[in-house]
Design a binder for this molecule. Structure first.
Ligand SMILES: C[S@@+](CC[C@H](N)C(=O)[O-])C[C@H]1O[C@@H](n2cnc3c(N)ncnc32)[C@H](O)[C@@H]1O
Length: 458
């Protein structure tokens, strides 16, 4: 019987979802290697063996790929927040495109001949929303596949405003110890319009007055944030009414996505955009509630979605959040119905409609589970020219089969998970839709996360 080698030498065949390189052990078993790139020969340390595959890390790079670069962050790869910093940015885009196409093929969907790619305007410093873990030693991210905190006082993915706040918190051990009594996770949100930074504490229950007092004093001393609040929207600071709810704002000046972005060659980068006549507006949302973290690239995502939507008369926006797509669709002439399950999302979608001069005929919103709402709309015999869906990671699932029953001419499907996106697209294609165009939107450079937008027709 062959004795397993201690640090086997492995050839990496390709990159797979999760940002790991796929190779094979001497036995033929698949091994997923963190930090390895296609074409490389690496000596590995196997960390876990499951029935179907093993997990490993790179011990030594014997033959490096041309795309390998020196990571910019001193915490990499110790910190589990990033997993592709060792890959040149152009190669990250190419590898992500390959993963999206392969996910489709595995699900039984033939990808279009070409895949568009829109690079993030900022490969670093793009995050206006950052969630960090916390203990008495500091704030940071978990080491890969562990619950061990790697403290950081600067994150290269975050905006300068967030990093300034993070550095101030990291320099105040008393405040960190106090925060650690209350939460195990914090969120820093920077308002793209004003640059104000909010520290969001998602406490499970109301805090004792004495603790609130101490937090207020520490926050005032640090003077790095305007406000702290709980995820439930209940305020810690200022201790006032819901009118003082901290809001963030993204002003938009939309540009249409270039045609290339919708039909470009796989792996090619496309320069996004030319001015779209007059579509300028602003969206507000609440600190701690969902909004796209890469706010600069979000404007390109919205422009791409609007271009793919092609001026519908009636549009259904499933998982609409604060109206990121509903509001510009309505401003562009559609009657829009938005569906969203979060009360904060629905609240801000409605307020954003009013603030942008849209009455309930132009933009209306229902708070509901998207799958159930879809089912009801089908039973009511409703029709839409466009269905846009942008679910969280788990996707829409079986309810996707209902989408074609609304008889849309176009479906714009956006997702941050290639596997569940492929599954949803497969369900819609089986129900009669055709996949026309596919674009990888790189919302999360330096990480394995992949956003993609698909245009389908019926
Ligand atoms: C990826 S976000 C997209 C939000 C919005 N389209 C945007 O671009 O800002 C997904 C949204 O789906 C909402 N959501 C999660 N599960 C849902 C469900 N079962 N039904 C409806 N909305 C849901 C979340 O609250 C979140 O706002």
């Amino acid at each position: 019987m062959a004795v397993p080698q201690e640090n086997p030498l492995v050839h990496i065949e390709k990159l797979v979802h999760g940002g790991r390189g796929l190779g094979r052990l001497g036995s033929g078993k698949v091994v997923l290697v963190a930090g390895a790139l296609p074409g490389e020969r690496v000596r590995i340390a196997v960390q876990q063996e499951a029935r179907g595959h093993a997990e490993a890390v790179v011990q030594e790079i014997v033959a490096a790929a041309a795309e390998r670069v020196r990571p910019a962050c001193p915490h990499y790869p110790d910190c589990g927040g990033c997993d592709l910093q060792h890959v040149a940015y152009a190669a990250q885009l190419r590898l992500k495109t390959g993963i999206v196409r392969e996910s489709l093929q595995r699900a039984g969907v033939t990808p279009p001949a070409e895949t568009g790619v829109l690079a993030s305007p900022l490969p670093y410093g793009y995050r206006f929303r950052l969630r960090l873990h916390l203990n008495r030693q500091g704030l940071g991210f978990y080491r890969r596949q562990s619950n061990t905190l790697v403290p950081v006082n600067r994150c290269l993915l975050a905006s300068e405003g967030i990093n300034a706040a993070l550095a101030k918190i990291a320099a105040d051990p008393d405040f960190i110890r106090l925060l650690a009594q209350v939460v195990t996770e914090v969120e820093l949100d920077e308002c793209p319009q004003t640059g104000r930074v909010f520290l969001v504490l998602a406490t499970k229950k109301a805090l004792m007055p004495a603790l609130r007092e101490r937090l207020a004093r520490s926050a005032a001393r640090a003077r790095f944030v305007d406000c702290l609040c709980t995820a439930q929207g209940q305020f810690l600071f200022p201790f006032s009414t819901a009118d003082a709810l901290p809001t963030l704002c993204q002003p938009f000046r939309l540009e249409p996505a270039s045609r290339d972005a919708l039909s470009g060659e796989a792996g090619r980068q496309h320069s996004p955009c030319l001015p779209l006549a007059g579509l300028a507006y602003a969206l507000h949302w609440q600190a701690g509630s969902f909004f796209q973290a890469n706010t600069r690239h979000n404007a390109n995502l919205v422009a791409l979605a609007l271009t793919a939507a092609a001026q519908p008369k009636r549009a259904l926006d499933l998982f609409c959040g604060a109206g990121n797509f509903s509001i510009p669709l309505a401003l562009n002439g559609a009657e829009v119905l938005g569906v969203e399950s979060s009360p904060a999302g629905i609240h801000w979608a409605r307020r954003n409609a009013v603030a942008n001069g849209l009455d309930a005929r132009k933009a209306s919103f229902i708070m509901a589970d998207a799958g159930r709402a879809l089912d009801r709309l089908v039973r009511e015999g409703r029709r839409f020219d466009l269905v846009l869906l942008d679910p969280p990671r788990q996707g829409l699932g079986r309810a996707a089969a209902h989408v074609p029953k609304l008889l849309p001419k176009r479906i714009v499907s956006i997702s941050c998970d290639p596997a569940t996106h492929a599954r949803d697209l497969q369900i819609m294609c089986t129900a009669g839709c055709r996949l026309e165009q596919l674009t990888v939107m790189d919302m999360f450079p330096q990480t394995h996360h992949i956003e993609s937008l698909a245009l389908l027709s019926l």
